[in-house]
Design a protein around this ligand. Structure first.
Ligand code: MN
Length: 272
């Protein structure tokens, strides 16, 4: 059940979960939806927070330094969480693989691990990993890597413009890549193949389920007898996976949450 606690800064009620998983934030890139992630972090809390990889985009930062103040705000909110007593586990992905050299260490209260075993409140064992370890097996890069960095950046730029117009019109956030992905048959095939490969690997380790990220496609489904969870990303879909205090899992679509919060009748005067 949800418990709410008063927070100091905003005075807003923070929804409290047992566990939160987020990944694929890509701090250091224009694609990162830092504002929406900050909104999320200011409204939810948890006993444990897993950062499931690609939090900082070291690949892109190497090419060109892009680090707006909002990206610092994300980092400082994460550090504040550690200070408040949240257990934070950071599992570096392929874009932040520079942190993999610190696996096994603890930095400022953040445990850096290659993978983790999470036990849910209802006693299920979940393997937590980023997911890029399966790129070789799935014999395909994620659809976004496949279409190329430049094309993806262009797609995000278009999405950014579309969404700033929509925001001005009071319309909810719209994910371009979500629609593009659904229309590309290869992408759909890749995603389901990735999900099956990850679930099979988890099954061979004798766990009840797996939590990953990497392919920017949020999902909760059962494959065979394995629970497959993908927490999505904060570039396009803006999703998080949460565990309630009774062990029930849920995917939060934060753009939808914001839309519900801001729900108001569309003004009649708007041009069609
Ligand atoms: Mn990745």
């Amino acid at each position: 059940m949800l418990q709410a606690v008063k927070t100091g800064g905003t005075g807003a009620e923070r929804r409290r979960y047992r566990t939160i998983w987020i990944s694929d934030v890509h701090l250091g890139t224009r694609g990162c939806n830092a504002a929406m992630l900050i909104d999320f972090l200011d409204r939810v809390d948890s006993d444990t927070l897993y950062l499931v990889g690609d939090i900082i985009d070291g690949w892109r930062l190497k090419k060109r330094l892009y680090w707006p103040a909002l990206h610092n705000d994300v980092v400082s909110r994460l550090m504040k969480r550690v200070k408040r007593g949240t257990r934070v586990v950071y599992i570096p992905g392929n874009h932040d693989e520079m942190f993999r050299q610190f696996v096994g260490m603890n930095f400022g209260g953040i445990a850096i691990r290659r993978r983790a075993m999470h036990e849910t409140a209802d006693g299920r064992r979940l393997l937590v990993l980023h997911g890029d370890e399966f790129d070789a097996i799935t014999l395909a890069q994620p659809w976004l890597a496949h279409m190329g960095d430049t094309a993806y950046t262009a797609l995000l730029a278009v999405s950014h413009v579309v969404n700033s117009v929509r925001r001005r019109l009071g319309m909810p956030y719209w994910s371009l890549s979500k629609h593009a992905k659904a229309k590309v048959k290869n992408a759909v095939a890749f995603v389901s193949r990735f999900e099956e490969v990850v679930a099979r690997a988890a099954g061979s380790r004798g766990v009840d389920g797996v939590v990953c990220g990497h392919i920017h496609t949020a999902e909760t489904r059962t494959i065979g007898d394995i629970a497959y969870y993908n927490d999505g990303d904060w570039v396009e879909s803006c999703t998080a996976l949460v565990e309630h205090h009774d062990g029930q899992m849920e995917l939060l679509h934060w753009a939808d949450e914001i839309a519900r919060r801001n729900a108001r009748p569309r003004s009649i005067g708007l041009a069609a």
